[in-house]
Design a protein around this ligand. Structure first.
Ligand code: PRP
Ligand code: URA
Length: 242
């Protein structure tokens, strides 16, 4: 039951009294150790409001979803391991810092996941990107795998798996199966997602508890066609063809 309640919060700068801050629906909080939900800031909720709105045209949908994708990538990078790295500054002093450990690779679940590649490239210059084409059957909602093309050494990389929509979880689970079959350990995968359903997040956490999920929002649930509600409709259509 707690999963299906839509929580509401006051949003607005903290210098405003609470009664002057607008009330908005914020993400459901799920008690799953591997799920990180972005902080429900006024900025994030405003961006989500834009892309959820049925009146938002394609140009704005692309622009505002890219902004959220960038926030997701920035957060996901915090989940990658770092090593101590002490450097010397131009004034001859040392600074005890850190450096990323290991190599990374993006993998997009086509088609919608490709929309997240730009944000990844903005943060990780010349990052390798693998592709997995999985399409959900419109009648049964079951995923079908058509194609994959992944770097040879993907088993030695940390993988940022990209798909903006996590509905039943079928597509993302299938993608993780493909990655595991190529030698990627579960704990080396971080799934970046814009909107998840509570059941999708729970299915995912149950099957792959070591895969991290970084999402902007956990929504109320799924409708009879297994679309996320309130959701934003068909992400791929709105980004590419509508
Ligand atoms: C959408 C979405 C996910 C999947 C989510 O893709 O991008 O991949 O459905 O649903 P699930 O969690 O129930 O599997 P779709 O298959 O519609 O293809 P598209 O990316 O070409 O729009
Ligand atoms: N795919 C989408 O694009 N949207 C949904 O709500 C579910 C699957």
């Amino acid at each position: 039951d707690t999963l299906h309640r839509a929580p509401s919060g006051h949003l607005g700068p903290s210098y405003k009294p609470t009664e002057e801050q607008p009330s908005a629906t914020i993400s459901t909080q799920v008690k799953l150790a591997n799920v990180t939900i972005l902080p429900q800031t006024p900025q994030l909720i405003a961006l989500l409001t834009m892309i959820r709105d049925e009146r938002t045209n394609r140009a704005d949908f692309i622009f505002y979803s890219n902004r959220i994708n960038r926030l997701l990538v920035e957060e996901a990078l915090n989940h990658l391991p770092v090593l101590a790295s002490t450097i010397t500054t131009p004034v001859g002093r040392t600074y005890a810092g850190v450096a990323f450990e290991g190599k990374i690779c993006g993998v997009s679940i086509m088609r919608a996941g490709e929309a997240m590649e730009q944000a990844l490239r903005e943060c990780c210059r010349s990052v390798r990107i693998g592709k997995i084409l999985i399409q959900r059957d419109e009648e049964t909602s079951l995923p079908r795998l058509f194609y994959d093309k992944l770097p040879e050494d993907i088993g030695e990389r940390w993988v940022l798996l990209l798909d903006p929509m996590l509905a039943t979880g079928g597509s993302a689970l299938m993608a993780v199966d493909v990655l595991r079959s190529r030698g990627v350990p579960e704990e080396h995968i971080c799934f970046l997602n814009l909107i998840a359903s509570p059941e999708g997040a729970a299915n995912f956490a149950k099957k792959f508890p070591k895969v991290r999920i970084v999402t902007a929002f956990v929504d109320q649930g799924l409708n009879e066609k297994n679309y996320i509600v309130p959701g934003l409709g068909d992400f791929g259509d709105r980004f590419y063809t509508l």
